[in-house]
Every structure is written in C-alpha cells, then in structure tokens.
Design a protein around this ligand. Structure first.
Ligand code: AGP
Length: 612
C-alpha cells in the first residue's frame, strides 16, 4: 500500500510531487523516489527511508521538469533499500514506472525475461512488469499504451501504475486494478494520486479511475480506456474536503488531532440523520433498502483490524436490538473460505479507507453469489463504496494517523443508527427503548468532549506503565470488542505485546500470565455485566496484577479496587463503546509518545492495506 503521485502541466513538477508524497506518507514509508522528464531526458532519484531523506539527497540538484511521477513505498517484494525503491527504470532506460500493488505471477515472467538477457537491478515485481512492457513494445513495435494493454492482460494481481517514457513527450500513462487512483483536473495540468490529499490544494475536480482502466494523461487532455481499447467517459466528481482537514491544526501528531476531533466527527456523523426530537433516523442508504435489511435472514459483517472490532460491537447491537443472526468475518479468511451465502443474506462491509484489498475481494466474492452488499465506509468515492449496493459514510473526515481512531467511533455511530432503525422497523424494540437509545447516542459528542477536557491523568498512567513488556485488556459484553480495540491500538503505537480477552476467559488459561509486572486494563463501565466484571477484577488483584480500569463516573467499587482509573460519563451499555474506547486511544498515544515512537507512522504499518 504505497503512495503514488504524478504531475503533468506547466508548474515545476518536483515540488508538487514532493508535497504530495509527504501527504501520502501514511500509506508507506520504507523508501521514496521521483522520476522527472525534461529536455535532458528521464532522471530518477530515490532513497531508502522517509520522504525527508529523499528531499535531503537531492539538495543542489537541478530538478527542473514539468512532468514527473513519485512514490512512497510499503515494501512487499524486496526489503526496504535504495535499489528496491521506486521509480524503476527499464533496461533500455527509456521507461520509468511506479507501482502500488502486487504482481502475483511476476516470477515466471522474470525468468522469461532473464532468458532473453534482461538484467534486474532490484528484487521487485514492479521492475519485472516494466521490462515486460519494454519487451512487448520492442517485439510488437507498438505504442507504449498498446504494450501496456498487452502486458496487463498477462499479469495477475493488483496494481496502480504510472509510466513515463523518453519517447512519449507530454504524457503520463496510468492504469489501475484493485489499487486506488484519483486524477485531478486542472487548467492545462493534471494531478494523479492514490487519494485526494495531494490534489485538494490545486483542484476539487477529480476522476476516480475504475478497475481495468488505462488513463492517457496530457497537460490539457485526459483519455480513459478499458483493456479492450474502448474509450470510457471520465466521471468528474467534486471533492468535499478542505485543505485544513489534512493539516495538523496545531497538534503534535495527526493521531492526537483526530482523537480530539471526535466530538465534532461523531456530531457530523449523526447530524441530519439522528433526529430524537421527531424519533426519526434518516439514512437514505438504509431507507431505500429497508426491506432487504429488515427481512435479512442473516447478516455477515466483513472487515479487517479496527473495522473488524466495530463489526463485533455491531454483532452485539444487531442481535440484541434487531434479533437478526450476525456473523463477523475477517475479510482475509472469508474471501478464501468459500463461505455459504444464502438468498436473503446481507453483507455489511466496514472499512475506513474503502480500499482494503481483502475486504474488497471478499465483497466481490459475495456479490458474485447474489448477496446484498451494504458498505460502512469513510473515504468518499472509494472502491468499497462504489462496489456496494448501498451504504452509509461515517463522515469522520480524512484520517491520516495510521492508527484508526475517529473513523472507529464514526463506524460505531453509523452501526448504532442502523441497528436502531432496523429494530424499530421490525418492532423488535419498544418505542421507549428506541427513544432512550437515540437520546443516549445524541448525547455522545458532549460526553466525549468531557473525557477529552483533561487527559493529564491518562498521560500519567501511560508514563507509569510505558516500560511494561506485556499488557492484557479485558472486557465483557459490548466492552469485550472495546478491549480488543484497546489492545490493537497499544500494539500498533507502542510496539508492546498486548492481548484483548473476554474477562471470563481468563480462568481458562491467560490468568497464568498475571503477576505484579503485568498491567491489566479492564473496560469495566456500569452495565449488565458489572457484577461479573467486579469479580474478574478481584481474580486479577488476587494474583497481584496491576489493574487499570475504565470506569463509569460516580462508580466507587471498581475505582476502589484498581491501581489506576480512567473515568467516562455514564450511558447505556449499547452506546458505551463510543465512550470507553476514547481513554484507550489516549493511553496508547501517550505510551507511544513516552517511548519516543513516531505514532503517526508506526513501523511496518500503513494506513490502507491495498495488497493481500
Ligand atoms: C487500525 O488502527 C489499523 N490501521 C488497521 O487495523 C485498519 O483498521 C485495517 O487495516 C482496516 O482498514 P480499513 O478500515 O481501511 O479497511
């Protein structure tokens, strides 16, 4: 899941590309590079490490050009290094290419080319595709576009590629399948990128390129074609994102900014949809497909990572309120497991980026079997949004921190409204309960504001436990998936081994881990499991475990037992995950900071996993 940027027009290409790569760096930061084409020909500059290291390495070099492509890498084939960094040059040095994705059948093609005398300077699948294109162009004496079309019909895998050639002036050729590509339309210029963040400051008019499309981009012309060489009409969309959304706004890190944005983002997600005063929930995607949802025989939720945790919470909500059986599937397992999809089944796909490859292919599989697909997505216009039959956006705004925070609470807000609307339509919930839960949900933004008012206590707890080797996160009922999410956040941001567990499961093994060196985080807010969780805390205390508790304001029992407490305002257990997750986001952030980790770009991770 690399970041791709391209520019063609009248401006200096290098500064546009460099700024774009910095905006996309959350997608991968193992190495970066640019290829520029000017009167002197094709020049490639690339460097292992962050974009800043590339910038450093070209100081003093004439980077003049009006055409260029740039890449920031998340390594799949070939370790992070200068030679595996993109762009790659073809053997005849006439073609330069960048690629986001994986070419699965690159090895046999590489062998074919080696037998023909091609030399490879890297371990990447990308360089293989590039020389394959050179070879086809040479053998068929055809245009680059034609050679690319032939090559793409032979390869298997996911790709977004940008190509520039010595011999094709004023042209960038791009293609996509599985990995995202957006093209920004300017006056006499075009911007190409993996998402809109490098484009937003120049134009709001964009085209989302579809799978199996090739784009021939010139300063004042954009042609889209399919692999059958038939012209496609570009569908221009207006971006509703502001530049400020992708700036840090005075916060030290995007993650902290995004945690503190949640009172507004949850409010934005509920606004115009949740109307407690009239008892209505207005969501077009649900309204227009209420029958399919209300009469669903089974709901299967497919997702990955944090989105999968949101799916688990939705399982508890939908089964309790709507009385519809729900299964929550890891997309990567679901797509290969040949799952049983019956008529009347509804698939809910949850994804922040809307580009997660495993979830995308899982949906394609389910769609082939006739399932109704409902998407819960944050990135507008993303592939999962476009492949779904219907859906609801989470309106959390651009999420840049690799660790998902505001998108998670946005997902919970949408899934809560979905469950309430379906339950009310199914009459599986009383009017009183419906209104009570609507009011509790409506009150969440203010309650999150209260939690965020003073986070010094959480910061102190984080510094106290920052040197722990392991952490356990425990919860019951709706708070069990919150415990899983807390453990994931800490793993991602602090590199500390952390596990989430249903609290009652401890006795069946994990309690063997407990001693005075193990911090155990209990998500123990007031709910129907409260008495049970109190005894679970006692079990841990009995083994000298260090108990950190997320407790409901006003509770005295849990705080009396715990070593450290993070309070949240009271609310209904169905809505509680939207509050109890906030202290855990902050705990992981402050532990990461205390350990000096770049929390916006934690090692080995990337924001959107567009390869399997
Ligand atoms: C969460 O903090 C991680 N970034 C990761 O687990 C993420 O949730 C997962 O990759 C799914 O991404 P998606 O929501 O964009 O599909």
């Amino acid at each position: 899941m690399c970041g791709i940027v391209g520019y063609i027009g009248t401006r200096e290409a290098y500064p546009v590309i460099l700024k774009g790569l910095k905006r996309l760096e959350y997608r991968g930061y193992d190495s970066s590079g640019v290829a520029l084409k000017n009167e002197q020909g094709l020049k490639v500059y690339k460097k292992k490490g962050k974009v800043a290291e590339l910038e450093e390495s070209v100081i003093g070099i004439d980077m003049h050009a009006h055409i260029g492509i740039g890449h920031t890498r998340w390594a799949t084939h070939g370790e992070p290094s200068d030679r595996n960094a993109h762009p790659h040059l073809s053997n005849n040095k006439k073609l330069a290419m960048i690629h986001n994705g994986i070419i699965e059948n690159y090895a046999p093609i590489k062998q074919e080319l080696i037998n023909k005398g091609y030399i490879f300077h890297s371990d990447t699948d990308t360089e293989v595709l590039l020389n394959f294109i050179e070879d086809i162009q040479k053998n068929n004496e055809c245009a680059l576009e034609e050679a690319l079309r032939i090559a793409l019909k032979r390869i298997v895998g996911a790709y977004c590629i940008l190509l520039i050639s010595e011999d094709e002036p004023d042209t960038i050729i791009a293609a996509r399948k599985g990995s995202p590509l957006v093209i920004g339309i300017g006056k006499g210029e075009h911007f190409l990128a993996s998402d809109a963040s490098p484009i937003i400051e120049y134009t709001k008019e964009v085209v989302y390129v579809n799978d199996y499309e090739i784009a021939i981009v010139k300063p004042d012309e954009l042609i889209l074609k399919n692999l059958g060489n038939e012209k496609q009409t570009p569908f221009i969309t207006k971006l509703d994102m502001e530049l400020a959304a992708i700036e840090k706004g005075g916060y030290e890190h995007f993650m902290l900014k995004e945690i503190h944005e949640q009172p507004n983002t949850i409010h934005d997600c509920l606004r115009g949809r949740l109307l407690p005063e009239t008892g209505q929930i207005m969501m077009g995607g649900i309204e227009n497909n209420l029958d399919a949802l209300v009469n669903a025989q089974r709901i299967v939720i497919v997702a990955c990572g944090t989105s999968w945790h949101a799916g688990l919470i939705a399982e508890y909500m939908i089964e309790e309120l709507c009385r519809i059986p729900v299964e929550v599937e890891y997309s990567s397992e679901f797509r290969y497991r040949n799952p049983i999809i019956n008529k009347g089944d509804v698939i809910i796909a949850i994804s922040q980026s809307g580009e997660t490859a495993d979830t995308l292919v899982a949906l394609e599989r389910a769609k082939e079997q006739g399932a109704f697909i409902f998407g819960v997505v944050n990135v507008v216009g993303s592939s999962i949004a476009r492949i779904s039959h219907a859906g609801a956006y989470t309106h959390a705004g651009h999420e840049i921190g690799v660790a998902s925070t505001k998108a998670f609470t946005g997902q919970l807000a949408v899934l809560s409204m979905m469950a309430l609307k379906i339950a009310y339509a199914k009459k599986t919930i009383t009017h009183e309960r419906y209104i009570q839960l609507m009011n509790d949900l409506h009150a969440v933004p203010e309650k999150v504001k209260e939690i965020l008012k003073d986070t010094s206590n959480i910061k102190a707890i984080a510094e106290k436990y920052k040197d722990a080797k392991d952490f356990l996160f425990l919860g019951r009922g709706y708070n069990f998936p919150v415990a899983l999410e807390g453990a994931l956040k800490l793993k991602e941001i602090s590199y500390i081994h952390a596990e989430g567990y249903p609290a009652a499961e401890m006795k069946h093994g994990p309690i063997a881990l407990v001693d005075e060196n193990l911090p155990v985080v209990f998500v123990a807010t007031k709910d129907s499991y409260y008495e049970k969780i109190v005894s679970n805390v006692q079990e841990i205390k009995a083994r000298k475990g260090q108990v950190i508790a997320v407790a409901t304001e006003g509770d005295t029992i849990i705080p009396g037992m715990a070593n450290d407490v993070m309070f949240v305002p009271d609310t209904d257990e169905v809505i509680a995950p939207l509050l109890s997750t906030i202290p855990l986001q902050l705990l992981s952030y402050y532990v990461g900071i205390a350990k000096g980790i770049d929390v916006d770009k934690p090692r080995n991770l990337a924001k959107s996993v567009t390869v399997e």
